[in-house]
Design a binder for this molecule. Structure first.
Ligand code: UGA
Length: 458
């Protein structure tokens, strides 16, 4: 679908963010080169295989044809490129700060390959600490000076707001697109890049229909520092919202209220909104834990404290411990018991087990000498790789995990767990106890099936 407004884009880093963005931009008609230093990954991608589990990603990757290529050579990606998007990882340093060394290395390499007179918009999509965009600009300027090359480089911060498991949906149907820059050329080019999204003129990819009455997403143009802050503030707010409802859930349990009802009643207030008010085991993954920590690290640099963010993190950690306590209160003695943990991914729709609540509970239960069975429909391999030496019986079906168990704990709200035949499963367990760490089962139905049901805040 080549058109006159199509741009040439190099995307550096083919992780969640880079790959999803690349595949989506190719679908929008741009010509995209995905650059990754890992030859194995590049080979996989060339064969149309996705290194990550993300719904529709592989189909779209295969359908992208000439629009999307992959290489290990940045110079190849930069040839004729209008835009270079940096989407490499920013893992946490021991002090919680996000490590921007890979971002800076890419910036340096971009500068090394720029040619005399080349015009390029460098976009930072990686989640980076405040001031990093400035740093990228100065790194590139320095290398160009050293090489005595004159190139016209513009810079923009363009944070992503995509959820794992919903990454393509969020890319095609965003709530907003944020661009932070002081450069008019960068704004013009990014507006052109995202025009099909802003105007919703693209043909929806198979399996990803446009939601009905989808409002056109605004382009939020702002300064670079504010754009960087928007990303951290949004994630910190969402994490706090979840911790807030989890804190309320604890009080609901004590006073006899049902937190799912409370969340429904609260969420209907449009000022509050119903999303991210699902009480349970709390948040995990590669973003909320890391970003809340990084925000605190930035604050500390400026001698500032963020007690709300700290409280959100504390409540989140407590939520995991409470789940083990609930099991203990129900089973009395934990040592020697057999517990089945259903769900190891940090949320449904992904095989990502990074900072997953289920994995954490698994570790805590092992410390209590519990005999563990664990099952996840997608993340089993990733979980095994993450805990290779742990004495866990990895099960290949939920039924297998529950056979003869003293209790089952739901740690991820995979749909599959809602449709299990719980009445039959009750007869297969030694004691039918369910701790529903995500409040996804119907307590009345479970009790009718013979279970002792323990939820969160209900
Ligand atoms: C999050 C943000 O939602 C994205 O907007 C952002 O772009 C992304 O981080 C990022 O910075 O890259 P993600 O980490 O993929 O996305 O997952 P979420 O869907 O936000 O869920 C995070 C955690 O919160 C999960 O463990 C989930 O189970 C938990 N959660 C979510 C709840 O416990 N309750 C809720 O109501 C919602």
């Amino acid at each position: 679908m080549q058109n006159s407004s199509a741009l040439q884009v190099a995307i550096v880093g083919t992780g969640y963010v880079g790959l999803t963005t690349g595949v989506a931009l190719a679908h929008l008609g741009h010509t995209v080169v995905g650059v990754d230093q890992d030859p194995g990954k590049v080979q996989m991608l060339r064969e149309g295989r996705s290194p990550i589990h993300e719904v529709h990603l592989e189909d779209l990757l295969r359908a992208s044809g000439e629009q999307l290529r992959f290489t290990t050579h940045l110079s190849e990606g930069l040839q004729g490129a209008d835009v270079a998007i940096i989407a490499v990882g920013t893992p946490p340093k021991p002090n919680g700060e996000a490590d921007t060394r890979y971002v800076e290395a890419v910036a340096r390499e971009i500068a090394q390959h720029l040619t005399e007179g080349q015009r390029l918009v460098v976009v930072v999509k990686s989640t980076v600490p405040i001031g990093s965009n400035q740093r990228v600009a100065s790194v590139i300027a320095r290398v160009l000076r050293e090489r005595q090359v004159q190139a016209h480089v513009s810079f923009a911060s363009n944070p992503e707001f995509l959820r794992e498991g919903m990454a393509l949906y969020d890319t095609f149907y965003p709530d907003r697109i944020v661009v932070g820059t002081a450069d008019d050329h960068a704004t013009t080019v990014l507006r052109q890049l995202y025009r099909p999204l802003l105007e919703q003129t693209f043909t929806p990819p198979p399996g990803l229909p446009r939601p009905s009455a989808f409002p056109l997403p605004p382009l939020v143009t702002t300064d670079t520092t504010s754009a960087e802050m928007i990303k951290y503030a949004a994630n910190a707010f969402l994490a706090t919202k979840i911790s807030f409802i989890n804190e309320i859930a604890g009080l609901c349990e004590r006073v006899g209220a049902d937190v799912t009802e409370v969340a429904r009643g609260m969420g209907l207030d449009t000022r509050i909104g119903s999303r991210f008010l699902q009480a349970g085991l709390g948040w995990g993954g590669s973003c909320f834990p890391k970003d809340t920590q990084a925000l605190q690290a930035v604050a500390a640099e400026y001698g500032y404290t963020m007690p709300i963010i700290q409280a959100a993190r504390d409540v989140n950690a407590r939520q995991r411990k409470l789940m083990v306590e609930k099991l203990q209160r129900t089973l009395k003695v934990l040592r020697g018991r057999t517990v089945a943990v259903l769900g190891l991914a940090f949320k449904p729709g992904t095989d990502d087990v990074r900072d997953s609540a289920g994995m954490d509970v698994l570790r805590m239960l092992l410390e209590c000498d519990v005999h563990l069975r664990a099952y996840d429909p997608v993340a089993l391999d990733a979980a095994q790789r993450a805990l290779p030496d742990m004495e866990v019986d990895w099960a290949y079906t939920a039924q297998e995990a529950l056979e003869g168990a003293d209790a089952v704990l739901i740690a991820t709200e995979w749909e599959e767990f809602q449709t299990l035949d719980w009445a039959v499963l009750a007869t297969r367990m030694r004691t039918p106890v369910v701790v529903d760490g995500r409040n996804v089962l119907n307590p009345a139905a479970l009790r009718a099936a013979g279970f002792t049901y323990v939820g969160v805040g209900r």
